[in-house]
Design a protein around this ligand. Structure first.
Ligand SMILES: [Zn+2]
Length: 357
């Protein structure tokens, strides 16, 4: 924290007794101290500062954190450095470097920031030139280590924003190639794809891609529905959804996996379930949860709390707890019960009573 700076007159006015001169620019004043334990006033040491820019003399309260500055405030500091900063542009490698584009961090410290800037550029390009092989190996290694292909593929299929970002980046890279690079790429791919083992693998991959895409379309659709449900749940609890769903611990992909394996038990795919008129149902109704508690929000959307239910049944059930639902809830882990239940499933009557309250 910076201590407030005052003019000397203000400082002297504060003093309850005559100001004491300590020499070397230090003075002491007697200040009222309402928080003081023993005394209601105390002596405060201050130092006089002379501003190199405007020539004004100010007084700064002195403690072990006080910085002695050549200036009375940051405005004077800035003005002084503006006056003393070299502003000429420098041409290096046919590029004009001017003060406007210079990094602020350099402008703040150096009197000739453009010169320092170019020195830095020279140094880093020299380093890159000398260590090119090492840098390439490092970059390659990092790329392959972090590249979890399965995860990327899954994200590519389910995350639309990620997909568009990836595609635009790839396009940018493609467009930036020189003619020679383009020809090289073409030749390489031609040769590569002609290999019999590559042909075989590509065919397999294509058929796999066809089948998995069908699954991801279903995931995409269900995600949209689940998101809408979450939004509605927040609204019906008069709450605002302020975080992305993963921040609440909600994983749509896990919910989709659960629903997919349930659908498999019925002998259908997820798309077929939807076409047959099944809805996604929350076994413990969402309105039993407290949507001001992040734990409850997470539990209400745990994969176990989801099931397929015929549309008519789902709509007629509403948010009641039917006896048959209670039987299902008994099979769920108690951790995902609403906090207000305290681990005990309310009977139908109790539930209705709590609703009237
Ligand atoms: Zn000043």
């Amino acid at each position: 924290m910076t201590m407030p700076k005052m003019t000397i007159e203000e400082m002297i006015d504060l003093s309850l007794a005559e100001v004491r001169d300590l020499g070397n620019g230090f003075y002491k004043i007697l200040k009222p101290d309402p928080k003081g334990v023993k005394w209601d006033k105390r002596w405060v040491k201050y130092i006089l500062c002379f501003c190199e820019e405007c020539g004004e003399i100010t007084a700064k309260v002195w403690n072990n954190k006080t910085e002695i500055s050549k200036f009375c405030n940051s405005k004077c500091n800035l003005e002084y450095s503006h006056k003393h900063t070299a502003t000429e542009s420098i041409i290096y490698n046919d590029i004009e470097y001017n003060i406007k584009d210079c990094p602020t961090s350099l402008k703040r410290i150096y009197h000739n920031p453009v010169e320092v800037w170019i020195e830095n550029i020279k140094r880093s390009s020299k380093y890159k030139e000398e260590n090119r092989d090492e840098i390439n190996i490092k970059g390659n290694k990092r790329y392959h280590e972090t590249k979890d292909l399965a995860a990327i593929r899954k994200r590519y299929a389910t995350d639309e924003e990620y997909r568009t970002r990836l595609l635009t980046n790839q396009k940018k890279q493609r467009d930036n190639r020189t003619d020679e690079q383009i020809q090289n790429d073409k030749d390489w791919h031609k040769e590569y794809q002609a290999k019999p083992e590559v042909r075989k693998r590509l065919n397999e991959l294509n058929s796999l891609r066809y089948h998995t895409n069908k699954k991801y379309d279903a995931i995409f659709m269900l995600r949209q529905r689940l998101r809408a449900r979450l939004r509605c749940a927040f609204l019906s609890h008069n709450q605002q959804k302020s975080e992305v769903s993963t921040e609440y611990g909600i994983e749509y992909i896990q919910i989709c996996n659960k629903l997919e394996s349930d659908a498999k038990e019925y002998g259908y795919t997820m798309i077929e379930m939807v076409q047959l008129g099944y809805h996604i149902d929350h076994i413990i109704p969402l309105n039993s949860y407290d949507y001001t508690s992040s734990n409850d929000i997470e539990h209400s959307f745990s994969p176990e709390n989801h099931r397929w239910l015929m549309a008519e049944e789902n709509l007629s059930k509403g948010c009641r707890l039917r006896p048959e639902d209670i039987e299902v809830i008994k099979t769920l882990p108690k951790e995902i019960y609403p906090k207000s239940w305290k681990g005990i499933i309310p009977t139908t009557n109790e539930k209705e009573n709590t609703h009237e309250l």
